[in-house]
Design a protein around this ligand. Structure first.
Ligand code: ACO
Length: 330
């Protein structure tokens, strides 16, 4: 077997729509309060896309930044793996729309559905494509327009989600020891009904009934999801560290999925990583599902919290249930 790392993250780029929806805005239509939302989740505001700001358009903006930072052009890409739970259309994939928008004519493009850890699942696929020799330069994208699948009449979910996109260029490791030191992904489909969209797919196609029942929107058993998230993120941190052969005290920054500050707190505590070494930006963006980790990582790079040589632990959990983690030497 070839030794890791096979692949490195050459860059990260992000895009968010300019429209801001604050907790105070939500209080106008929902029986909720800024205090409740901040205390239970840590979220203060989220970004909401307009109808013409599609997932593909947000992805294009994020990808253009990631490509420029890697010193590449769209023609250099030979694969695009786009993780999303809110594709623009059900057919074809949003990845193909992105390919067309970028003009990435040499790339095979496909979507990946793994909800919030989607970016980590896509990184894992990109690493495999590179290790097998199938691809050399892969664009990994996590992009969402969750505002279109969120029920803004349901206070238990409307307060959580936001829109955004993040992209990374993944390529063969350029220096010994630089890149993805470990990846870990897992799932438990028995728990699907705890966080799902019951209607609107091929088992219950879009119809007047689906729309009236609002079953095309996300439904979530928050407390159960919370408990499972804490358990799975803790286990995923342990697994990524073990696979990378490093210990928590060597980690420079933990970049967790931005779903809930209490889940992040519990994850950091379990891993034995102080909050001073944890990236948190959910106060500004809420839960952007597969875009969450690249949005946090990009901010960490911009703030100088991640730079050449930094050891970074990524971890996420979401609908499925799915979870994933990775240790990256930047
Ligand atoms: N404002 C005010 N009160 C509210 C609100 C609100 N927005 N939402 C719920 N409440 C009420 C409930 O009705 C309940 O009232 P009751 O006690 O009178 O019945 C009370 O607050 C407590 O409700 P809980 O659901 O138990 O609140 P909890 O502390 O669990 O917080 C939350 C809810 C924030 C949703 C939390 O459970 C959570 O973050 N869950 C995990 C979500 C998550 O991580 N998702 C990740 C995956 S997302 C993906 O994959 C796309």
């Amino acid at each position: 077997m070839i030794a890791r790392p096979f692949a490195e993250l050459a860059s990260v780029g992000t895009a968010v729509p300019p429209g801001v929806l604050t907790n105070h805005d939500l209080m106008r239509t929902l029986d909720t309060s800024d205090e409740w939302i901040v205390e239970r989740t840590g979220i203060r505001e989220r970004r909401i896309a307009t109808p013409d700001q599609s997932v593909a358009m947000l992805s294009r903006e994020a990808s253009a930044v990631a490509l420029e930072r890697a010193g590449l052009t769209p023609a250099d890409l030979d694969a695009i793996v786009l993780a999303t739970a809110s594709p623009d259309r059900l057919l074809p994939s949003t990845a193909c729309d992105l390919q067309a928008l970028l003009g990435a004519h040499n790339a095979a493009a496909f979507d990946l559905g793994a909800a919030c850890p989607g970016y980590l699942f896509a990184l894992t696929v990109a690493e495999g494509l590179i290790a097998s020799g199938q691809s050399r330069t892969v664009l990994v994208v996590g992009a969402e327009k969750l505002s279109t699948i969120t029920d803004f009449a349901d206070r238990s979910t409307a307060i959580l989600f936001g829109d955004g996109a993040g992209a990374s260029v993944v390529r063969p490791s350029s220096q010994p020891g630089r890149g993805l030191l470990s990846t870990y992904i897992g799932s438990d489909g028995r728990l699907a009904p705890l966080l799902y969209r019951p209607g609107g797919g091929s088992s219950d196609p879009i119809s007047e009934k689906v729309v009236c029942e609002r079953s095309h929107y996300m439904k979530m058993a928050g407390r159960e999801v919370f408990k499972a998230a804490v358990r799975a993120m803790a286990e995923a941190c342990d697994e990524a560290l073990t696979r990378a052969g490093v210990t928590a005290d060597q980690i420079d920054l933990l970049v967790p999925h931005q779903a809930n500050l209490r889940i992040i707190d519990a994850t950091a505590k379990h891993a034995g990583i102080p909050m001073s070494k944890v990236m948190v930006n959910l106060d500004r963006y809420g839960n952007t599902s597969s875009a969450s980790i690249p949005l946090a990582l990009d901010q960490a790079v911009a703030e100088g919290r991640v730079g050449p040589g930094s050891l970074v632990l990524l971890v996420a959990f979401g609908a499925g249930f799915t979870w994933g983690s990775a240790v990256v030497r930047w």
